[in-house]
Design a protein around this ligand. Sequence first.
Ligand code: GLA
Length: 390
Amino acid sequence: MNVLQFKDRFHKEYGSSNNQPIHCFFSPGRVNLIGEHIDYNGGYVFPAALSLGIYGAIRFRSDNLIQLKSANTEPIVSVDLKQPIVFNEKDRWANYPKGVIKHLLDDGCLLKGCDILFSGNLPDGAGLSSSAALLVLVTFMLRYVGGETNMDRVGLAKFCQQVENQFMGVNCGIMDQFSVAMGRQDHAILLDCDTLQYKYTPFVLGEYSLVIMNTNKKRELADSKYNQRRGECEAVLGIIREQRQVASLCQVSFEDVEEYVKDDVLQRRARHVISESRRVLLAVELLGQGDLTGFANLMTQSHISLKNDYEVTGLELDTMVECAIKRTECIGARMTGAGFGGCAIALVATDQLELFTVAVSQEYEQKTGLKPDFYVARISDGVKAIDCSS
Ligand code: GLA
C-alpha cells in the first residue's frame, strides 16, 4: 500500500466529513547485526533500521476519544482520555498505543481526541521489533501533532522502553527503541548501552546482500524466557559484586566468572554476554576495513554462542542458520532479536540470491515442516513524518 492508498483507507475507515488535516508517519523495524542479549547487560550492540515497518495516519476529532485501528489486524479499540487506561489482554496489539497514551498523560502531556490508523508490512512476532516500531510511532505521532516536531530522539527511545517495561511487562533493553528512533539510511549504529553513546557506521556490503530469513516459527513464551535470561544475568552480576565493584556484566572478565560463578548455567550465560560484547567491537572494526568475510564469521560465532551458552535459538533458528552457512554463496549467518523463533540473517553473494533462497527454503521446509520467507534488507532512516498532503 503506498501513501495515497493508505490515506484513502483512512477515509474509508473514519469517513471524509471531518475536515481536519490527516498527518502521516512511518516507523521502521530493525535488524540487529551482532550483539544479542547485550543491551540490558551494558555492552555494545550493532543494529540498523529497516525499510520494512509501520505506517500511521492521525486526524484530530472534536471529543476526548482516541480511536485505534489497524489495517492488518483486530481489534478496534477506543481510548477515553478522561478514564483510567489499563492493560487489557483482549486489546492485544492496541495495548502498545494505550501504554503510550497513559504514560504521556502521566508525564503531563495534553492530548486531544483523534482517529488513528496503522498499516504495516513488518511480520510481527518475527524478531524485527514490530512492538518497538509501534511504540515509537505512536509516541512520535502524538507529540508531533501536538507541536513537538523536533523532539529529542534518545529521550523518545527511553520513553518507549519505559512503556514496554512498565505497561507491557517486558523487561527489554533499549536497543530496539533506539534503532527505530535513531536509524539512518545505509548505516548501522554502534551503541554503547551503558552510556548511550553511539556512532553511525556505513553499512557497505560490496558484492553481498543482507538476507532476512523468517523461520515463521512464532516466538512462543518468548517474553517469559526473555525475563528469565535477564534474571540469570542479574544473578551472575550479584555474585561478582560480592567480590568487586563492577558496572555491568559486560565489564566482568572470563577469569572472574570461572573463579566465582559455580553454577554451570550461569557460567554459560555470562560467557555468552562477555564474548558477544567483544565480538561486536571486532565486527565493527572488520566491517570498517571492508573485511566482510571476517565480519560474517563473527556473525556465525555469535549464533553458536546464543545456541550453546545462552540457549535462545531452538530447532527452527538453528536449522535455518545451518542450512544457510553450508551454502558456498553464504559467508555467515545468525539469529537476530530475542530468539526463540523469529528471524535469522545471512550475508549472501548478491548474484546468487535466487539460488540461495530456493536451496535454503527447500531444505528448511523438509527439516521443519515450515515454509520460510526471505527479504533482502534495505537499511533506512528512523521514525519520520511523511508528506501525504496531496
Ligand atoms: C529484544 C529486546 C532487546 C534486546 C534483544 C536481544 O529484541 O527488546 O532489548 O535485548 O531482544 O538482543
